[in-house]
Design a protein around this ligand. Structure first.
Ligand code: GLC
Length: 637
């Protein structure tokens, strides 16, 4: 039996179930087309990738290894070109990174392109970055250095410059059928009755009248991003070809951009509908058969209850995405710092269902997008609060309009009807570093640095792959240059998308500089992870009560690799915990407890009370667990 035949047998039931759900009686024909695409002669899967396929099938926890550290960057802002990105590989290795999410690599439309999320061609590279060959070379360089590449698969929409959109505007009916379009405003109005707006101020509405078509086009995001019609099987077949093409280049993880929006259903908010999950499940099976070295990351920034299904946890477990952004943890981290209290975070995270053991979270502090304050009303009510009130507090706090606020963010996506307000601003701006630097206030700067490292300490210690947002490792300031660029001025997400500043990067080795403090802190987290088996993503994690509302505690447990108790002091004051506050570690003799982040600190071993400095994070574990439970050797990276 060939490998292909074996994999087909293994994944076919998954593929069939997804296709039946999506296309009913047409499923068999679609299956045949997909299998043809997978087996096509024009595919050029190299021997090296075929070997990677096997290695990863045999060690499917390759992406769950505790040593995995991610980094997210715009290709141009990080390296100028793809060749420039290759030159940054030693920098990433110095930081401990082995997973790189490069944004805005594939060919976008000319002009405004939503930061590269409006794609003209999924099989070509943005000309300003280089060529497809440059991408191939970069991937080789990265793989040789042990780095994995994450690329976006923008799947809710193409740009209006994509060949399908262009052909549709030239009158091609088949091409038109790839999109959701309407001859008049009646159906759009009916959908609009229950649809939220993603960009209420930048791009209001969900539909755009396109004169060349004389039709309304569904455009959830911007007018130039046309939503695909996933109920048309050709969309799935052609996107699968794109997926295989990218996998055959050697892309390790495909980030399913805006996957939640791919299923539309009248009378709903058209997010996280069953069809969106079926599409992800179908793509998962296509990769399982055709390119098992490549896995899927869900970019589903949705309500906490809707998130875990993207990792395949449904009424009956399915194989869907392998990784998903932990948006809740990110939001609750910022919430704890603003409030100095941890009850809401503990309650909300306790209530979240656990993801399947073979999957993992992607944990993060900031990214290129705005922060939506996804505080669940029920969670807030459970702790005696009010969801809307807390969301209002967070947006006011992080725009800097609240007493004692240290943040310098800006409003984004303000919705005058719902009262919703999201926030823009980079990590340093939101943590108080920028404000302190401007005011020349050393004590405030110290607290700002501690806040940044606290949030990263949580993201790195929760389990899953932690992602460093480009520049955070040197406390990068925001960049307001976008305001004089007519294509970007209206979108203040560009604030947190600066070019990597080489001077700041160079200061990482200058003792006493902010850059060096942050760099050392992030480096320490990265190094500690590799030596911390309980952080293997296959374990479980839950918040714990540690006897002090100012301190957030969490417990990671892995059946083979032991336990870790994380602690985060959410306040600028020193807190003291009683030695018996952590019964979770009680199996180990008190004398063996170590703070992995500060192993020389004897106070946690003393068996008496121990303290947490302002915003300090500790990862406590029993020494024996570190020494005696090696994690299985990772597959070749
Ligand atoms: C994702 C991207 C965001 C983009 C949107 C539409 O959320 O992260 O930057 O605007 O998708 O593609």
């Amino acid at each position: 039996m060939t490998e292909l035949a074996r994999r087909t047998e293994h994944w076919l039931p998954d593929l069939r179930a997804a296709l039946r759900g999506l296309y009913g009686e047409r499923a068999a024909a679609v299956e045949a087309q997909l299998l043809t695409a997978i087996g096509a002669d024009e595919r050029t899967r190299s021997a090296v990738l075929a070997e990677r396929d096997l290695a990863r099938e045999l060690a499917p926890d390759w992406f769950q290894q505790p040593g995995r550290i991610g980094y997210i960057a715009y290709a141009d802002r990080f390296g100028g070109t793809l060749k420039g990105v290759a030159k940054r590989v030693p920098y990433l290795r110095e930081l401990g990174v082995d997973v790189l999410h490069l944004m805005s690599v594939l060919r976008p439309r000319a002009g405004e392109d939503d930061g590269g999320y409006a794609i003209d061609d999924y099989r070509d590279v943005a000309p300003s970055l280089g060529t497809l060959d440059d991408l191939r070379t970069l991937i080789h360089t990265m793989h040789d250095a042990g780095l994995n590449l994450v690329l976006d698969l923008v799947m809710n929409h193409t740009s209006d410059g994509h060949a399908w959109a262009q052909a549709a505007m030239a009158g091609d009916e088949e091409a038109l059928a790839h999109y959701l379009t309407y001859p008049d405003a009646a159906l759009p109005a009916a959908f609009d009755a229950t649809l939220p707006e993603v960009f209420p101020d930048l791009a209001p509405g969900n539909f755009t009248f396109v004169e060349q078509l004389d039709r309304w086009v569904w455009t959830t995001f911007n007018r130039f991003q046309w939503d695909l019609n996933w109920s048309n099987p050709t969309v799935l077949v052609e996107m699968s070809r794109n997926v295989l093409f990218l996998a055959d280049l050697g892309v390790d993880v495909l980030r399913l951009d805006a996957v939640a929006f791919t299923g539309k259903r009248m009378g709903t908010n058209c997010q996280s509908q069953p069809a969106a999950h079926l599409v992800a499940q179908a793509l998962r099976a296509v990769l399982g058969i055709g390119a098992p070295a490549t896995i899927l990351l869900a970019e589903a920034i949705v309500a906490p209850g809707d998130l875990v299904p993207y990792l395949g946890r449904h009424e009956r477990e399915r194989r869907e995405c392998d990784l998903a952004y932990h948006n809740q943890l990110m939001v609750l981290g910022w919430s704890m710092l603003a409030e100095g209290r941890t009850t809401l975070a503990r309650t909300a995270l306790e209530r979240m269902p656990a993801p399947p053991q073979r999957t993992g979270w992607l944990t993060y502090v900031r990214c290129h997008d705005d922060i939506g304050w996804a505080i669940d009303d029920t969670d807030a009510a459970t702790v005696g609060g009010d969801g809307q009130g807390h969301r209002d507090f967070l947006s006011a706090f992080y725009r800097g309009d609240f007493p004692m606020s240290f943040a310098e963010g800006e409003p984004f996506g303000v919705n005058l009807v719902t009262g919703d307000e999201r926030t823009c601003g980079g990590t340093a701006a939101l943590c108080g570093i920028s404000q302190a630097l401007r005011g020349g206030d050393g004590a405030a700067l110290d607290l700002g640095v501690r806040r940044l490292l606290a949030l990263y300490g949580l993201a790195f210690g929760w389990g899953g792959i932690p992602m460093i947002y480009m520049g955070d490792e040197v406390a990068h300031a925001d960049d307001t240059a976008y305001r004089s660029d007519p294509e970007r001025a209206h979108d203040n997400r560009w604030r947190q998308r600066p070019h990597l500043d080489d001077a700041a990067v160079a200061r990482r080795h200058q003792a006493g500089s902010v850059e060096s403090r942050v760099w050392q802190g992030v480096r320490r987290l990265a190094a500690a992870r590799g030596e911390c088996p309980p952080l293997h993503a296959g374990g479980s994690v839950r918040p714990i009560w540690v006897g002090d509302e100012a301190v957030f505690g969490w417990l990671r447990e892995h059946p083979r690799h032991g336990k870790l108790v994380g602690l985060l002091n959410a306040t600028p004051l020193t807190r003291t915990l009683a030695s018996d506050a952590l019964p979770e570690l009680s199996t180990a003799a008190a004398s063996t407890v170590t703070d992995v982040l500060d192993p020389l600190d004897a106070s946690v071993r003393s068996g008496r009370a121990f303290s947490l400095q302002p915003y300090q994070v500790r990862w406590l574990t029993a020494e024996s667990e570190l020494a005696t439970s090696p994690v299985s050797a990772p597959a070749p990276a």
